[in-house]
Structures are given as C-alpha cells and as structure tokens.
Design a protein around this ligand. Structure first.
Ligand code: GLU
Length: 324
C-alpha cells in the first residue's frame, strides 16, 4: 500500500516535471509537410529529400516535420498542391508558368500558386540506343520513343516540342508513357529506341541506361528549338557537359528549363518561412547533397525561372537577408 502510494507520487511528480519542464517545441503542435518530387532516379527526389533533411534538423524547435515521397513529376505535383494532398512540390519553370496562367495542361489559372525558389537547370535530355542511329530531333520520326508519363514535366515539354514541329504521336512507331523509374530499363531491354527526360545532371536514370546499353545523348538545336527559346522566357539553350556519362565524352547542346520549388498561398507563412530558413541557413550543407546543386546562388534562385509570385513566408526570409 505504502509502496504503491510512493510509486504514484513519484510518477505524478515525474509527469508534473515533464509538463513544467517542457520546451516550447514539445508543447507546440506538430505540423507535417509533404513535398512532391519525381521518380527516385531523378533529381527532384533528391531536392525534396534534401529540403526535408534540413527542415527535420530543426524539427525540435519548429515542430515541423517533412517528408518527400516519389511522385509522377511536375504536373502531378502542382495538381497535388491544388488538391491539398501536397503542401509543396518541385516543378519545371514552364509547367509553373502554365499552371499559374491556365495554359497547356491546366484548364484554369491556379491563382494561389506561389513560388519559393528556383533550383538547378534541367535540359530536355533525349537518350537513344546507339543501334537506333538517332542523332537529331528529326531522327526520332518512325522510332519507339518514351514521351513520358502524363503528369511528368518531360511529357509537358515534349508536347510543346511536338506541337512546334507540327507532330503528333503518330510520327513515332511507338509513343510509350513509361514513368521515370522504368525508362532506363526499357531502353536497355530494347523495348524503346529513345527516352525523353527533363532532368538535372548527373542523374541515376541516365547513368543506369548508359552503363547497361550503348546509348548516345541527342542534340536538340535548329530553328524550331531556337524559336521556342526565343518565344518563352522560361526556356533557354542548355548544354549537357561531356564526360558525365559512359560513352558520351562530348558536350551536347539542347534546350531546357529550371527546376523550381512551389507551394500554395494557402500554406501557412510560418511553415514556408521555416522551410526556406532551413535550406538557406544550412546552404553549404544543402549544396553538397547533389552535384547539380553545387553552383546555386541565392540571389539567382529567387529571381529566375519564377512566374508565380513569391510566397509571403519566403519573401519574409529573403527580405531579412537583404536579398529583396
Ligand atoms: N522534370 C521532371 C518532371 O517534371 C522530373 C525530373 C526529376 O525528377 O529530377 O517530371
């Protein structure tokens, strides 16, 4: 009896101590944020995982925990943010523009879309089996080409390029819709002749494909590409450096976009502020997480490739830093 009473007293004082001694973070409500990425062999997955790693480092103080699952890519991420299933996501700069303005894949302008920052450059990367003899955009005609899963950014950009060429999918002998994680093995297994991927370099998918089959990167230049670049601020000519992938020692000219990090105006200012602060307060650490991040500069990241207005929470951090 006596013992029990003592135990109860010890327990209750321990509980009391825990309550009284609670840090503000423990008392704080936990918030969870989900960031939409892309296939696991792309770079978006690393972007999302890296942002979460920085955010989760300060979870004790902020009460914010972050996860970044694999998704179908840019268009799927923006649709996920629109439906509230995702809080934030990575999206190509052309897809961001189309979503904000209600063009291409988007019926309605998404007025509450907000940009947070731009990340690495993403060239439209066509990789072809060497035995398919594809050395230019026009050589893709009559071939088996993976144009990307609906929901991916590569599919969106391929549609723009096909439109500009006056092509539909019937110019290919097969237009497959495999997702990012499946296309490298489809190329190696000779189920397709070429794959299209809008992606930062180096990345796992192109690495996987070039180490399992003889494959060449295809240059995309010429007047149609040049016209696209001239007509749209979010496109620019872009080079895939030689020597990054087996069997591809030379630079390859193509065009591309920027990867951008986006959210919705409905997401709390404090949550976006803390996510941005986590990345930029630990920026050197962040940049070491992928070679495509090595040359990122904050001032450029908050001014280029962004069509939607900056989120207020992000703006607050940038103003504090004197970047705006
Ligand atoms: N740009 C691709 C997309 O929007 C994703 C690239 C990646 O995962 O790195 O779907």
């Amino acid at each position: 009896m006596k013992r029990q009473a003592l135990t109860a007293a010890v327990l209750s004082s321990a509980l009391l101590g825990a309550t009284v001694g609670a840090t503000p973070a423990m008392a704080q409500e936990q918030q969870y944020i989900t960031i939409g990425t892309g296939g696991q062999t792309g770079v978006y997955y690393v972007v999302g995982q890296s942002i979460c790693r920085m955010v989760n480092r300060s979870a004790e103080e902020t009460g914010i925990r972050c996860n970044a699952p694999s998704t179908g890519g840019s268009v799927a991420n923006i649709n996920g943010i629109k439906s509230g299933e995702l809080n934030m996501g990575v999206a190509q700069s052309d897809v961001q523009y189309n979503a904000y303005n209600g063009e291409a894949q988007f019926d309605q302008p998404m007025e509450n879309l907000r940009s947070v920052f731009a990340v690495h450059g993403e060239p439209l990367t066509i990789l072809a089996r060497q035995d398919a003899d594809i050395h230019s955009l026009d050589d893709l005609q009559g071939k088996r080409v993976n144009i990307g899963n609906p929901g991916s950014g590569q599919r969106a950009t391929m549609e723009v390029l096909m439109d500009a060429k006056g092509w539909d999918t019937s110019v290919f002998s097969l237009a497959s819709e495999l997702g990012a994680a499946e296309m490298a093995s489809a190329l190696a297994d000779n189920n397709i002749d070429a794959m299209a991927y809008v992606v930062g370099h180096p990345n796992g998918a192109i690495q996987e494909a070039t180490t399992t089959v003889d494959a060449n990167l295809v240059p995309l230049d010429g007047p149609v590409v040049q016209e696209l670049v001239d007509a749209h601020p979010y496109y620019s000519m872009s080079t895939i450096p030689g020597g990054m992938y087996e069997g591809n020692p030379d630079d390859v000219e193509t065009f591309g976009v920027r990867a951008t990090f986006v959210t919705s105006a409905d997401v709390d200012d404090e949550v976006v502020y803390q996510a941005v602060k986590a990345v930029f307060d630990n920026f050197d650490r962040f940049k070491r997480l992928h070679p495509a991040f090595a040359n990122l500069e904050p001032e450029d990241m908050i001014s280029n490739g962004l069509s939607a207005p900056l989120h207020d929470g992000a703006k607050r951090y940038y103003q504090e830093q004197g970047w705006l």
